[in-house]
Design a protein around this ligand. Sequence first.
Ligand SMILES: NC(=O)C1=CN([C@@H]2O[C@H](COP(=O)(O)OP(=O)(O)OC[C@H]3O[C@@H](n4cnc5c(N)ncnc54)[C@H](OP(=O)(O)O)[C@@H]3O)[C@@H](O)[C@H]2O)C=CC1
Ligand SMILES: O=C(O)C1=N[C@H](C(=O)O)C[C@H](O)C1
Length: 250
Amino acid sequence: MSKLRVAVIGAKGRIGSEAVRAVEAADDMELVAALGRGDKLEALVETGAQVVVELTTPGSVMGNLDFCVRHGIHAVVGTTGWTDERLAQLRTWLDASPETGVLIAPNFSIGAVLTMKFAQLAAPYFDSVEVVELHHPHKADAPSGTATRTAQLIAAARERAGSAPQPDATETALDGARGADVDGVRVHAVRLNGLLAHQEVLLGGEGETLTLRHDSLHHSSFMPGILLGARRVVETPGLTFGLEHFLDLD
Ligand SMILES: NC(=O)C1=CN([C@@H]2O[C@H](COP(=O)(O)OP(=O)(O)OC[C@H]3O[C@@H](n4cnc5c(N)ncnc54)[C@H](OP(=O)(O)O)[C@@H]3O)[C@@H](O)[C@H]2O)C=CC1
Ligand SMILES: O=C(O)C1=N[C@H](C(=O)O)C[C@H](O)C1
């Protein structure tokens, strides 16, 4: 059987360099291009890339995806910074290239995907829920894509269940003291040397709390999800948001 022809954009970055190694080590894949900043995207066409793994920056990802979708190259995207407007733009591009698939995964690690799932399950049973994400201090954005998505999923689960608004009588003396508000769920971002990528979902009810915590201790934690995404996206046209759609979690 022929190997899947995979390219990595952002190949010199923290996660991109790990992805290069993971694709090279996968028996069913061939790394056909490893692009860094300044490299020409035309190399993707010249090398016959079928799937791109996009791990760059919020400032670069849209231009890269525009090129990929226009050339019918599927994409697995880990880069953060997704807004409703960006997703709508991407859907427009995909409408014009209906056989192309794009997977955007706020987090490729199985533990993080499960944390999001458990948080949605638990959130309607508690009065209060807040998200704390903790990362290395070189991370470009805050809050993390994972924390934003987790808060959105929690808010949607609470709305579906008809949960009451969260109790909070605080009058904040300093801006930011209560974190960011994502659909009514507070999200706090810690940047600390020594950390990689971590998240806690804190849930509180009458006389009890539940803490869900996930730790990515090495960038290798994201690789099985990236490889799975590359294998599945080629047979999944359109936009898929979240690795959970490629996992049999129910
Ligand atoms: N979904 C997930 O599971 C994960 C997602 N991420 C996300 O992935 C992204 C990258 O993270 P990280 O590796 O830590 O960041 P880094 O800054 O280490 O890597 C980004 C790389 O992309 C390069 N780059 C920027 N623009 C372009 C471009 N147009 N073409 C080619 N290369 C480009 C950068 O080059 P230069 O240094 O010259 O700017 C850099 O080498 C972030 O958004 C992060 O949040 C990270 C881990 C897991
Ligand atoms: O920048 C990182 O490191 C990470 N980014 C992603 C995010 O913003 O959620 C995924 C993971 O947290 C690591």
